[in-house]
Design a protein around this ligand. Structure first.
Ligand SMILES: Cc1ncc(COP(=O)(O)O)c(C=O)c1O
Ligand SMILES: [Zn+2]
Length: 413
């Protein structure tokens, strides 16, 4: 029995059938799936969830598919890591990393959204799976398309890190590297989607894709023992993730799985691309587009598709914005690695550096609990730290040489 009712316009509330449409034909507002929540409440109990496999489909009654999941059988249910050393460094009591840097199969939060969009694309009978991407999404779309045996075409800016390009190429998609930034790529893809009817996960399948992001919030609440944290810090690029985290928490409260106050949700961006944080600070409802200039390429989106929703969500939950410089981002990548043994990319560095800023400003208080969303993996962007780390000590095979080195070290200590 499907719990999915249809798609509803976020602005004018008009309801449409659950098809491959993504804007309201009446007011051009974004469409989001709606469910029969009374039915969901009956079907999706804690016992039912606990009986299911540890992947994002354990919450399937709140995901917008009508048949069986087709992919993502190992995606989601990433670790929620209690961080004592990092918490001490920041000066707060209860800190967690939601570690999507180890999401299956392509090591970023995008494996959640693509699992759902690709399943829906199969339900719609799409022949080609496609996306406009800053890198991680292209990796995930390429992998899921390979597994589903679908044709795949990914569009990326032509200046991405080598690890991000390779992370798509290995799965054999067509990769179109466009001379321009993400916003140029996205504009081109909108035209292709309109004309060719390919399944662009983040354009014409966006309403379904975005729902996959809610599962991060579902997992956080479940992994905390069916409660909410006081704060959650999310990175923002196109603005898919942050509003859906809030929606996920709200839905769990609505169907009675979790009680208590909803978390404050904070938006972290790189100072070199902070349209949403600028708008929050200026009291604006819509972000003014910016030209990105930051090492955090995966979140370098100057004209975020869901910027309005991010701003609304941050305000409604009593959250704040934080924008951090590239040096702070690199420092935070190192701090996370050195205190907790987790290697993230600049998007994760941005989120942690933003959290540090929020603690410093007193927005997150020492006795509060906070979850930091680490959404991507550092092995894909090795170049941002490559020249900043200790070189290996080079020795011959002789034991004597080792001893001499050990002695010299002791002398220095
Ligand atoms: C690692 C990483 N984190 C966060 C984001 C932000 O995503 P959103 O577009 O949902 O704001 C992206 C993608 O764009 C990403 O690649
Ligand atoms: Zn509308």
């Amino acid at each position: 029995m499907s719990t999915l009712i249809g798609l509803q316009c976020h602005l004018c509330q008009a309801v449409f059938p659950a098809e491959a449409t993504y804007v309201c034909s009446k007011c051009l507002g974004p469409l989001e799936p709606i469910y029969d929540y009374d039915l969901v409440k009956k079907m999706l109990t804690k016992d039912v969830i606990a009986s299911r496999a540890k992947n994002l489909w354990r919450y399937r009654e709140l995901l917008p598919i009508t048949g069986e999941p087709q992919t993502g059988f190992h995606s989601g249910f990433t670790p929620l890591v209690r961080c004592t050393r990092l918490a001490e460094r920041l000066g707060i009591r209860e800190l967690y990393i939601k570690d999507d840097s180890v999401n299956h199969p392509t090591l970023s939060y995008k494996d959640r959204v693509v699992s759902v969009a690709a399943t829906r694309a199969k339900e719609f009978g799409c022949r080609v799976l496609a996306c406009a991407s800053t890198g991680n999404l292209a990796n995930s779309v390429s992998a899921h398309a390979a597994r589903l045996g679908m044709e795949c075409c990914v569009f990326i800016p032509d200046n991405l890190e080598a690890g991000k390009v390779l992370g798509s190429a290995i799965f054999g998609p067509t990769i179109l590297a466009i001379a321009g930034n993400y916003d140029d790529v996205n504009r081109l893809c909108t035209q292709v989607a309109d004309r060719y009817g390919w399944g662009f996960v983040n354009i014409n399948l966006r309403s379904y894709y975005a729902e996959g992001a809610k599962t991060l919030a579902f997992e956080v609440a479940e992994q905390l023992g069916w409660r909410f944290p006081t704060h959650l810090v999310s990175p923002v690029a196109g603005g898919t993730l942050l509003p859906r985290i809030a929606r996920g928490f709200r839905e769990f409260k609505q169907i009675g799985l979790v009680d208590g106050e909803l978390p404050h949700i904070h938006a972290a961006q790189a100072a070199g691309c902070a349209p949403v944080v600028n708008a929050l600070n200026a009291g604006e409802d819509y972000p003014d587009p910016v030209k990105p200039d930051t090492i955090a390429k995966s979140i370098a989106i100057g004209n975020p598709a869901d910027g309005y929703q991010v701003i609304q969500t941050v305000r409604a939950t009593g959250g704040s914005g934080t924008a951090v410089g590239d040096d702070e981002i690199v420092d935070a990548i190192r701090v996370l690695a050195e205190t907790e043994g987790i290697f993230t990319e600049p998007a994760g560095g941005t989120t942690l550096a933003g959290t540090i800023d929020l603690v410093r400003r007193g927005v997150i208080k020492p006795d509060d609990s906070a979850v930091v969303c680490i959404t991507g993996n550092g092995y894909k962007t090795a170049e941002v730290v490559a020249n900043k780390l200790n070189e290996p000590v080079r020795l011959s095979r002789a034991f004597k040489e080792f001893e001499a080195w050990q002695e010299s070290r002791r002398a220095l200590a």
